[in-house]
Design a protein around this ligand. Structure first.
Ligand code: AG3
Length: 293
């Protein structure tokens, strides 16, 4: 069989009357979705937002052409990002989420009865508005009385906060452009100051298949501000490489990776997270370990 010389031109092609959208993960590799309907499209002062109905993955949110979530698999990322820190904090009362305008992390944080207040600091108000409207399953809890939504720059917010949060979760886009400062030393130092003495910090830190070097850079930078920085992994079927990494850091002297998770309250059923998955997520394969040393 002869190999076609011209591949379909990503990111978007019309093929036999159907609309297909690709996010490239490398020059010749990517993920493609058949789009049934574009529900929302806007260029904001910060980015390009596209919220679409796909044929197999449910609704999907793209920011600047990169997949942020699909309804079919977002539970894995959001449950891991939130329950890993919240289940090991002795009493997580005040939670800060930076980014995460889709509300997925907020939804998970509210499953913890100890949580009294969740502050969501999202730079782009249009992301919150369009997710409220078009992603009800993810954004469902943004209007909960325990939630405070602030539309502002997370870096500035962090710099003014002192000893205010038990858990900080940074749910950002890839660390380029606007999200770049969220993985710099100054931000990590500000985040450490914004935590209570037993406070925990968790953030997404890219995937090891395509971005191992970036994971290493984030790890080394975070270690300049935090005494303990651990890493955990989870599958991310629609993100580059399909395997995703997160950092977990503590303000205090205890290594958070060694803490035993408290169970979630009865009745709060998770689909991916469990105490066993929590422990297993900190076991890093050798190639990932090599990146963070
Ligand atoms: N934030 C992390 C998305 C990273 C995906 N990168 C990519 N597709 N190139 C997700 C936000 C979900 N609340």
């Amino acid at each position: 069989m002869e190999l076609k010389k011209t591949p379909p031109a990503p990111p978007a092609v019309l093929h036999q009357g159907e609309f297909w959208f690709t996010e490239l993960h490398a020059p010749g590799t990517g993920i493609t979705f058949r789009v049934k309907q574009v529900l929302y499209f806007a260029r904001t002062p910060f980015q390009e937002i596209a919220l679409v109905e796909t044929s197999d993955m449910g609704r999907a949110l793209f920011l600047d052409g990169t997949v942020q979530l699909t309804e079919r698999d977002e539970f894995i990322y959001h449950e891991m990002m939130v329950h890993v820190p919240l289940c090991i904090h002795p009493r997580p009362r005040r939670v800060l989420i930076v980014g995460g305008g889709d509300g997925g992390c907020v939804r998970e944080a509210l499953r913890h009865p100890e949580v009294e207040e969740v502050t969501l600091v999202e730079i782009d108000g249009e992301v919150v508005d369009c997710c409220r409207k078009h992603l009800p399953l993810t954004a469902s809890r943004l209007d909960d009385p325990r939630v405070r939504v602030l539309i502002e720059d997370g870096v500035k917010f962090m710099k003014r906060s002192r000893g205010a949060f038990d858990v900080i979760i940074v749910d950002s886009t890839d660390p380029v452009g606007m999200a770049g400062p969220l993985t710099r030393e100054g931000f990590f130092r500000a985040a450490r100051r914004a935590l209570t003495p037993q406070g925990l910090y968790a953030a997404q830190s890219q995937g090891p298949i395509f971005d191992g070097k970036e994971i290493g850079r984030i790890a080394r930078t975070a270690r300049k501000a935090f005494r303990h920085v651990s890493h955990f992994l989870a599958p991310a079927p629609t993100y580059p490489g399909g395997l995703w990494s997160f950092i977990l850091a503590a303000r205090g002297a205890r290594n958070p990776a060694a803490l035993r998770p408290r169970p979630l309250p009865r009745g709060e059923k998770t689909r991916y997270y469990s105490a066993g998955v929590h422990r297993a997520a900190f076991v890093l394969p050798p190639f990932v370990r090599d990146f963070i040393q």
